[in-house]
Design a protein around this ligand. Structure first.
Ligand code: DX5
Ligand code: ZN
Length: 216
């Protein structure tokens, strides 16, 4: 099944609870939560206090995307504040296996993420250990960028590895996805689709519905 994961980075933070309810009612099953630390990426977004407070207003799956240096330091905190799925960047850690094990130990689903400059092959040693691979389709750090088409070739490569190993790993894409290019991502083999500005700018419910229609 294809899943839409709207990214709250593009939401109006003064109306966050309301806008989350809106995407949920329109049919989104995941919520993509971008955590940036000003070290791994230049910007700082938000952290645990925001996640625990929105946890109180929804049961939607929290798909937390950690764009932070040495994510293994904070796994427990993100699990405690309500993450269901924790994605971390392979580029941000020297102990990916340790981070994976920590997430699993806390009973959360685990995803590994690769930035555009990281080859698809980098995920291979971890494929059997994770639930998801998140292939960034823009440089991490900012919403509203244009999709880099070459990144979809990496989605194809990851999908081929997953099939070859007989796994059921989810493949998520993130960055620059809109209603008019989501098909390309699905064709390449992605089944979880992040969309920030394409969902939260203007008519949120209509945007979610248009995505879901295209993704059916
Ligand atoms: C970028 C973030 C994305 C971002 C996507 O670093 O990981 O999740 O919010 O935003 P759009 O869909 O606007 O490219
Ligand atoms: Zn993201």
């Amino acid at each position: 099944m294809n899943i839409l994961s709207p990214s709250i980075l593009a939401a109006d933070f003064s109306r966050l609870g309301e806008q989350i309810k809106e995407v949920e009612h329109a049919g989104a099953k995941y919520l993509h939560i971008d955590v940036m630390d000003g070290v791994f990426v230049p910007d700082i977004s938000f952290g645990m206090p925001v996640i625990s407070s929105i946890r109180k207003c929804t049961d939607i799956v929290f798909d937390v995307h950690l764009m932070i240096d040495r994510p293994e330091r904070y796994i427990k905190e993100f699990a405690d504040c309500g993450a269901n799925l924790i994605n971390f960047h392979l580029e941000a850690t020297e102990d990916a296996v340790g981070a994976i094990q920590r997430i699993r130990f806390l009973g959360r689903r685990v995803g590994i993420t690769i930035s555009p400059e990281t080859p698809a092959k980098a995920v291979e040693p971890y494929l059997k250990l994770v639930d998801m691979v998140l292939v960034m389709t823009v440089k991490p750090g900012f919403g509203g960028q244009k999709l880099i088409p070459e990144c979809l070739d990496k989605v194809r490569e990851v999908r081929a590895m997953v099939l070859e190993k007989g796994l059921r790993t989810d493949i998520e894409v993130d960055g620059g996805i809109r209603v008019d290019n989501v098909e390309l991502a699905l064709e390449a083999g992605a089944n979880v689709i992040v969309a920030g500005s394409a969902v939260f700018k203007n008519r949120i419910s209509d945007n979610v519905r248009s995505f879901l229609e295209k993704m059916r």
